[in-house]
Ligand binder design. Structure first.
Ligand code: AMP
Ligand code: GLY
Length: 423
């Protein structure tokens, strides 16, 4: 069969790698892809938001299955366009991708269906938001309603900071239209864990857990980024916590979406906080996580094509989903200065060192093929993943492999997975 993957980051590279392992797949295309994805897929120069062009391409090439990696096209309705054209596609329709596309929607859904999450209020009017803050407890969390590249969340320690935050989001529109509405919510403390799941509208099957490191600097300092590294599984995500989440969070979310007439098919990514009062939902995403995918898929045993098909056909309950009993760590190699200002176009050396090395992966996040060779082309450049029998071994392996590749201004965190030492 022929598969089209839509997206251009490390997540899509990991998806393409996993899809390529399926004996059912003869040919992979990726739009727009990157220099790493190009090892498995023919990259085509169509943007992820060019829905009509993507659908026309899928028709022309007789693509059997399209997999959408990114959030923007899902929220924008790419799946609806593909379905209208009679094309087979993996991902939620726009009316279900709203689970990620609107934080106000997802908070209201959780409240209505008693799914544990932080207490909150939604606001359309900045004056009302400011008035609410006068009596609020601090710290407090402000969130732009819509997609904001993971940047629309402000944690405010004082009333002054929070007032300035309302201005940033709702008046200055720093996160664009996504700041037309805002959620103000209670600040929670605890460990964060990411749980990705496959959903077929009724049944949900969770993948192994992972933890992201969102801050740019060692020791969780500096600005929030798209993610500087991950490990899987999370040792803090115990069987007991899993059982609680299956019962009170995962299945109830799928059932709530169905009850609202918004049947969810695709990936639900649960961003959880393990608080003293039990696990609570921080956020939902309607797609694979980046860089969570880079540690989760290398541990997945099952043929991913079978699982994609089961989600589309509504047969997930009858489908096995298995993971290796090992661990994986991914260290993101970024361009110095990310996430603010950084240079691009430096030659990446040493990629060949990963060839033929079982259990070691170099997933490209921002790279480009040029006459000089493969060069850096983004803030996050590569995700170096290694597996191991346990987290400690995976971590040692990943940090060894980080030295196999090099480029000017290479920057990475040294403490990815360090928290496992406390477990
Ligand atoms: P989100 O995009 O909603 O996952 O938020 C980004 C990050 O902000 C999360 O990964 C948390 O570290 C933090 N965060 C979001 N909501 C809260 C909250 N209610 N309490 C504490 N931290 C939060
Ligand atoms: N790693 C967080 C995300 O993909 O949103």
């Amino acid at each position: 069969m022929k598969v089209l993957i839509v997206g251009s980051g490390g997540r899509e590279h990991a998806i393409a790698w996993k899809v390529a392992k399926s004996p059912k797949v003869d040919k992979i295309y990726c739009a727009p892809g990157n220099a790493g994805v190009a090892q498995y897929a023919e990259c085509v120069d169509i943007g992820a938001m060019e829905f009509e062009k993507l659908a026309a391409f899928a028709k022309e090439k007789q693509i059997d299955l399209t997999v959408i990696g990114m959030d923007d096209p899902l929220v924008g309705g790419v799946v609806d366009v593909f379905e209208r054209e009679g094309l087979r596609v993996f991902g939620p329709r726009a009316n279900a991708a709203i689970l990620e596309g609107s934080k106000a929607f997802s908070k209201d859904l959780m409240k209505k269906y008693h799914i544990p999450t932080a207490a909150y209020e939604n606001f359309d009017d900045p004056e009302q938001a400011l008035a609410y803050l006068e009596t609020a407890k601090f710290p407090i969390v402000l969130k732009a309603d819509g997609l904001a590249l993971g940047k629309g969340v402000l944690i405010c320690n004082t009333l002054e900071e929070a007032k300035a935050g309302v201005k940033t989001i709702m008046l200055d529109k720093q996160f664009g239209e996504s700041g037309n509405r805002m959620v103000i919510e209670e600040f929670m403390t605890g460990r964060e864990v990411s749980v990705l799941s496959f959903v077929d509208g009724k049944t949900i099957k969770t993948m192994t857990s992972a933890q992201d490191h969102k801050r740019a600097g060692d020791g969780d300092t500096g600005l929030n980024t798209g993610g500087m590294g991950t490990f899987s599984p999370s040792p803090f995500y115990t069987e007991e916590i899993d059982a609680y989440c299956q019962k009170y969070i995962y299945q109830p979310t799928v059932d709530a979406m169905a009850a609202e007439g918004r049947e969810f098919k695709g990936i639900i990514f649960f961003g959880l906080m393990l608080t003293a009062d039990g696990p609570k939902v921080l956020e939902y995403n309607a797609r694979f996580g980046d860089p969570e995918t880079q540690v989760v898929l290398p541990r997945m045993k099952t043929d991913i094509i079978d699982v994609f098909n089961a989600c589309i056909d509504g047969t997930l309950a009858q489908t096995e989903l298995e993971f290796e009993d090992n661990a994986a760590v991914c260290v993101v190699l970024a361009s110095d200065g990310y996430p603010v200002k950084y240079e691009k176009g430096f030659v990446i050396r040493g990629l060949e060192n990963f060839e033929g090395k079982d259990g070691y992966y170099v997933f490209h996040a921002g790279s480009k093929k040029t006459e000089k060779g493969i060069v850096t082309n983004g803030g996050r450049v590569l995700g170096v993943t290694a597996t191991g029998r346990d987290l400690k071994e995976a971590r040692a392996n990943a940090y060894e492999a980080v030295n196999w590749v090099d480029f000017d201004n290479k920057y990475y965190r040294h403490d990815i997975g360090k928290a496992i030492e406390e477990a």
